[in-house]
Design a binder for this molecule. Structure first.
Ligand code: BG6
Length: 485
C-alpha cells in the first residue's frame, strides 16, 4: 500500500509531542506544498476543545515552537483550515462513533498517529475497530513507549496486530527520521572506501554516545518507570548500532533494510546476569551545574528518592563473523556536560610503523559521525607536521572534515517527524521499526534489567554537568579505550 492517504488522525493531539513536534512538522510539510491537497487533520484527545479551540491551540504551538523564519501568515491560515478536533476518552468505546462521524469516509485512506499513554493503546485499537476505522485503507503509526519489556511489548503488538497487519503498522523511532542517521547508509553504501575495512579486521571498537543536558523536564511519571536503558538504549541506540553493524542490504526498501537490521539485533550477545556488573554501568544525576545553569538532583526534581537510572553505559558485542571481538561501547545520560550525540568508529592501528625508529607516533584512524548538535562526518588521519625533521619525524592526527551543515547550507534541515509523518502519510515503511526488530531489542534489554535485579545494582550518583559516574569511564579505560568527547 503506497498511495498517500486523504486524512490524518492524531491521538494525543494536545500532548507535549504534538505541540513541540507534530504540529510544527505538519505545518512545515504544508508550507512547502508536500501534504496531499485536501488532506484533513483531525486531532483527538481528552481535552474539551471544539475545532476553533484546537486551531487556537495549534496556532499557539506554532508561535512557540516554529523557527521565526518559518512563520508565514498565509501558510499558517491555510494550514489551520485543515484542522478539526474531536474530544475523546479513548478508554471506553462510547466516544468512537462521534469520532467516526467527524472523520467521515475513509475510502481515500486514513493515517492514524497514536501518541498516547501506553495503557490507552489497546482500548484505542478496539474503539477504532468498533467503528470501522481499522479497515484496509487505514494505517497506524505508533509512538513509544511500546511496552516496558518484551512481554508487555508483545501484548501491545498483539493488540495492534488484531486490527492492523504489519504492513499497515508503522512503529516510530524518531532517530530514524534524522538526516545524519540516514547518512550512515549513504556513507557506508554510497562509498567504496569504508566497506572493505568495516569489520573486525579493520575496526578495533565502536562507540555510540547520546548525551543530553536536559533533566526530567515534565515527564516524571513516564521517566521514573522507564529509565535511560528503556528510554534511549532499547530504541535509538540499538537502531544506530544496527545501522552501523548491518550487512549491506540489496535495496533501499523497508524489507531489505529491516531484514538486515534485525539480523544484527538478534546477534547481540546476551549479557548474562553474572556479567552485568562488569559490562554495564548505571548512574543518576545529582545536583550540579550544566553550563551556567545550577540544577537540582533527579531526586529533587522527582520529589523523592529513586533508583531509576538517568545514565547507562554498556559494553556490547555483536556475535557474527563481521564483528567478532569488536566491542560496541554504548552510553547515554541526562544532565551530562554537553548535548552531543555521536558515533565513533575506531580503526585498528597500521600493522607496522615505519616511523617508529624516527620517533614518529601513530594514532589509529577514527571516523566520527556527529549526529547533533552539529552534523558532520570527520575522519581523523595521520599527517606529517611541516618541518625538516632533524629531531625526528613529527606526525599529527588531523581531521578530514565533511561538515553537512556547511556543505548543504542552503538546504533546510527538517524536524525528524516531518520525514516520518510524510512517510506515514505516503505509506513508506523503510524508516519505521518492524515488530521483529522491537522484540529483538527488548529481549536484549530485558536480560540486562534482570541482571541488575539479580545483582541488586543501584545507580551511582554523578554530578549534573559531568560525563556520568567515574565507573562509566572505567568501563572503557580498562580496555585501554577512552570515550570521545
Ligand atoms: C526521546 C526520549 O525518545 O528522545 C527523551 O524519550 C529524549 O528522553 C529524546 O530526550 C532525545 O531526542 P533528541 O532528538 O532530542 O536527541
Amino acid at each position: 500500500m503506497t498511495e498517500a492517504v486523504g486524512k490524518l488522525l492524531l491521538f494525543g493531539a494536545t500532548g507535549d509531542l504534538s505541540q513541540r513536534m507534530l504540529i510544527p512538522s505538519l505545518y512545515g510539510l504544508h508550507a512547502d506544498g508536500l501534504l496531499p491537497a485536501g488532506l484533513t487533520i483531525t486531532g483527538a484527545a481528552r481535552s474539551e476543545h471544539d475545532d476553533a479551540g484546537f486551531r487556537d491551540f495549534a496556532r499557539a504551538a506554532l508561535d512557540e515552537f516554529l523557527p521565526a523564519d518559518r512563520h508565514d501568515a498565509a501558510s499558517i491560515a491555510s494550514f489551520l483550515d485543515r484542522l478539526q478536533y474531536q474530544p475523546l476518552d479513548a478508554s471506553t468505546l462510547d466516544g468512537f462513533p462521534a469520532l467516526a462521524d467527524k472523520i467521515g469516509d475513509v475510502s481515500g485512506g486514513l493515517a492514524i498517529f497514536l501518541s498516547t499513554a501506553p495503557f490507552l493503546f489497546e482500548p484505542t485499537i478496539k474503539g477504532l475497530q468498533s467503528v470501522g476505522l481499522a479497515g484496509d485503507t487505514v494505517r497506524i503509526g505508533l509512538e513509544k513507549p511500546l511496552g516496558h519489556d518484551l512481554a508487555s511489548s508483545r501484548e501491545i503488538n498483539d493488540a495492534v496486530a488484531a486490527a492492523f497487519p504489519e504492513d499497515r503498522t508503522f512503529r516510530i523511532d524518531h532517530y530514524l527520521g534524522k538526516e545524519t542517521v540516514q547518512n550512515i547508509l549513504a556513507l557506508r553504501f554510497g562509498n567504496s572506501l569504508f566497506e572493505p575495512v568495516w569489520n573486525a579486521r579493520g575496526i578495533d571498537h565502536v562507540q555510540i554516545t547520546i548525551a543530553e543536558t536536559v533533566g526530567l523536564e515534565d515527564r516524571a511519571g513516564y521517566y521514573e518507570t522507564a529509565g535511560a536503558l528503556r528510554d534511549m538504549v532499547q530504541n535509538h541506540i540499538l537502531q544506530l548500532l544496527a545501522l552501523i553493524a548491518m550487512e549491506p542490504p540489496a535495496r533501499f526498501d523497508g524489507t531489505s533494510i529491516r531484514d538486515e537490521k534485525v539480523k544484527v539485533l538478534r546477534s547481540l550477545r546476551r549479557i548474562e546476569a553474572a556479567e552485568v556488573p562488569h559490562m554495564t554501568v548505571t548512574g543518576q544525576y545529582g545536583a550540579g551545574a550544566v553550563g551556567e545553569k545550577i540544577v537540582g538532583s533527579y531526586a529533587d526534581e522527582l520529589g523523592r528518592p529513586s533508583t531509576t537510572e538517568t545514565f547507562v553505559a554498556i559494553k556490547a558485542h555483536v556475535d557474527n563473523w563481521r564483528w567478532q571481538g569488536v566491542p560496541f561501547y554504548l552510553r547515554t545520560g541526562k544532565r551530562l556536560a554537553a548535548r552531543q550525540s555521536e558515533i565513533a568508529i575506531q580503526f585498528k592501528p597500521v600493522p607496522h610503523s615505519i616511523f617508529a625508529d624516527r620517533g614518529g607516533q601513530l594514532q589509529p584512524n577514527t571516523l566520527v559521525i556527529r549526529l547533533q548538535p552539529e552534523e558532520y562526518v570527520r575522519l581523523l588521519v595521520m599527517a606529517k607536521q611541516p618541518g625538516l625533521d632533524r629531531e625526528g619525524v613529527r606526525l599529527r592526527e588531523v581531521p578530514l572534515n565533511l561538515s553537512l551543515d556547511t556543505e548543504f547550507a542552503g538546504t533546510r534541515r527538517r524536524i525528524a517527524y516531518e520525514r516520518l509523518l510524510l512517510d506515514l502519510i505516503e505509506g513508506d515503511p523503510t524508516l519505521f521499526v518492524r515488530r521483529d526488530e522491537v522484540e529483538a531489542q527488548w529481549q536484549w534489554i530485558d536480560a540486562i534489567r534482570a541482571g541488575w535485579v539479580a545483582n541488586d545494582v543501584k545507580p551511582k550518583p554523578y554530578p549534573s554537568g559531568s560525563w556520568g559516574p567515574s565507573a562509566g569511564i572505567a568501563l572503557t579505560e580498562r580496555d585501554g579505550v577512552t570515550w570521545t568527547e
